[in-house]
Write a protein that binds this ligand. Structure first.
Ligand code: RAM
Length: 345
């Protein structure tokens, strides 16, 4: 009898758990259905404050339109990890996928599968190839970023000497596009005395960016400037230079997050650097998602849409043959303005 009571108890406990699970599952489904469209963003990797701000801006933009935002990022910045995540999003039947690509071409098969399921696919920050996307949300003009960074290195090196680049991953399409412009720009007669000795890859990981910077300093004792077109890389490089007492001898410039770089702009490790507002990049992406879904735009040149507090945008031709939406020009941060910006992003 006792064991009978126990069996009944256990059984009712199991039933209760199953019931709860069912409520939870339907609650999740119901929540999605109630909120209607579910728009996903897949960033390069976790642990990147820039990425967190970009996803935060995306979430704000999606939520203020009354929809559900799904924010994802793999532990490591690889195409393989993003492919798995995109497979999951396809299975979840999301409305749109905004991809911050870890590779220009490798995501094409999975993104094509998403497209064939009726999911609107576009890229943001780090593009995927034109065949894989409807359009691309570009933070700033690619040519302008590359030219601006070379000019900054020229200025900070005093017009001549050895410079190096510390990038993100070797496959990152945004960094690779900027580096291609830098290499072209360096061919101009004005920059003939600047010698690009090495392009190193810190993979947007703090530790690897630190050890790659140390490697550059060890291999090139006459190095004058490191250009890091990545927020993770520039902060790691500036810290190495600071910790080793090399402020003034080696200058760091590139693309940095004001909140992470304020102390290095203050101490002179980084005389000045550039960026755009990552929150706005994500927010603009949120409006591209809904404009694509509603059919307001298809992603072709000349399409126009309104992006909430940012105003109106037009889709233009991208240098890679696809189309893009351009947020605006990059912004310069130096000692004069860094304190205003460090608490913003
Ligand atoms: C890192 C990422 C990101 C890039 C910025 C500048 O945070 O690589 O994609 O846009 O740097």
């Amino acid at each position: 009898m006792k064991s009978m009571t126990r069996k009944v108890l256990i059984l009712s406990l199991i039933m209760a758990v199953i019931g709860q699970a069912a409520v939870f599952a339907s609650g999740q489904q119901g929540g999605g259905a109630q909120a209607g469209e579910r728009h996903a963003i897949v960033f390069k990797s976790t642990g990147n404050p820039y990425g967190e701000r970009q996803m935060g801006g995306f979430e704000t933009g999606i939520k203020e339109q009354g929809f559900t935002a799904i924010l994802r990022a793999p532990d490591l910045p690889t195409a393989e990890a993003q492919i798995q995540m995109i497979e999951q999003l396809i299975a979840q039947r999301v409305t749109s996928i905004c991809i911050v690509g870890n590779d220009f071409d490798a995501l094409q098969p999975v993104l094509t599968r998403a497209k064939n399921q009726g999911i609107k696919v576009y890229s943001l920050d780090s593009s995927v190839n034109p065949a894989s996307r409807l359009t691309h949300v570009n933070q700033a003009d690619t040519q302008m970023i590359g030219e601006t960074l070379v000019e900054a290195a020229f200025d900070q090196a005093g017009g001549s000497g050895e410079i190096a680049i510390l990038s993100a991953t070797s496959q990152a399409s945004n960094q690779n596009a900027w580096i291609a412009v830098m290499q072209e720009t360096l061919k101009k007669p004005k920059y003939a005395n600047l010698n690009l000795v090495k392009i190193a890859y810190g993979d947007d990981l703090r530790d690897k960016s630190t050890s790659e910077t140390e490697g550059l300093l060890a291999s090139y004792p006459n190095l004058k400037v490191i250009i890091a077109p990545t927020t993770v890389g520039i902060a790691a490089a500036a810290k190495v230079v600071t910790d080793r007492g090399l402020v003034g001898k080696i200058k760091i410039t590139g693309l940095g997050l004001p909140s992470e770089m304020a102390e290095y702009i203050d101490n002179g490790a980084c005389p000045y650097m550039f960026l755009w507002n990552p929150i706005d990049v994500g927010y603009l992406g949120a409006y591209v998602a809904t404009a694509l879904t509603s059919g307001k735009i298809t992603g072709k040149v000349g399409d126009t849409f309104s992006a909430g507090r940012l105003g109106n945008y037009t889709i233009t031709q991208a240098p890679d043959g696809g189309t893009e939406v351009l947020l605006g020009p990059p912004f310069k941060f130096d000692k004069a303005n860094i304190n205003e910006w460090k608490s913003v992003y």
